[in-house]
Design a protein. Structure first.
Length: 218
């Protein structure tokens, strides 16, 4: 579903299942101990952007934690090594942003991975591919919204790691092919995608239970 301009600019934005969805077939799995508040308001300015990034890192960290807690059938040693490294990076990003935000951090989010079949390599890696490329586009799109140069530098450091993750997942899925160097995500000018927060939040919505509001982010 396309997000209307009035919602993407100044009106209340709520993540719901009626937003644009990502088709990932799978089986029902419970949430795993992430406690959510009734709602999470991202806030204004740089704090809003940092909370936005913090929400996405919470989602990614939770996903890879579940992947390794319930390994898919026939997980190869190389798969486990790469997925473990990615999990550890996402946890580090999450914790870094939480510390930087301090008392202004949104609460822990309740996630919903019922659309993912954690017993299937294709389902897990397909979802990882979506998350990592969405993360790259999210940081690329949010950079223009950051005023503090220190925050911008931190975001630039994180997005480069997200891009490494996207490449690693692509290699696991398709070995050495055109797909592993960004096909479908890199344009004809050699530039990666960039999405505004409203676009990214809509795509992440099916995986998050906690209502998240963004009063000022575009």
């Amino acid at each position: 579903m396309e997000i209307k301009t009035s919602l993407s600019r100044r009106h209340l934005l709520k993540w719901t299942g009626t937003a644009a969805t990502i088709a990932v077939a799978g089986s029902l799995l419970p949430n795993f101990g992430i406690t959510a508040a009734l709602a999470a308001e991202l806030g204004d300015g740089d704090i809003g952007v940092l909370n936005y990034a913090y929400a996405l890192e919470q989602l990614e960290a939770a996903f890879y934690t579940q992947v390794l807690a319930t390994p898919y059938r026939d997980m190869q040693p190389n798969d486990e090594v790469i997925l473990t490294a990615i999990r550890d990076h996402e946890i580090a990003h999450r914790d870094f942003l939480k510390k930087a935000l301090g008392r202004r951090a949104i609460p822990g989010l309740e996630v919903d991975f019922s659309a993912v079949n954690f017993g299937s390599r294709n389902s897990v890696l397909g979802t990882a591919d979506v998350f990592e490329n969405l993360g790259v586009a999210a940081y690329n799109g949010a950079g223009q919204l950051i005023s503090n140069p220190d925050y911008l530098a931190a975001a630039g450091s994180i997005v480069s790691i997200e891009a490494r993750h996207a490449a690693a997942i692509a290699d696991l899925r398709r070995a050495y092919s055109a797909e592993s160097v960004g096909k479908g995500n890199v344009d004809s000018k050699g530039l990666d995608g960039a999405l505004l927060p409203s676009q990214v939040l809509a795509r992440a919505a099916p995986f998050i239970v906690t209502p998240v509001t963004a009063a000022t982010l575009p």
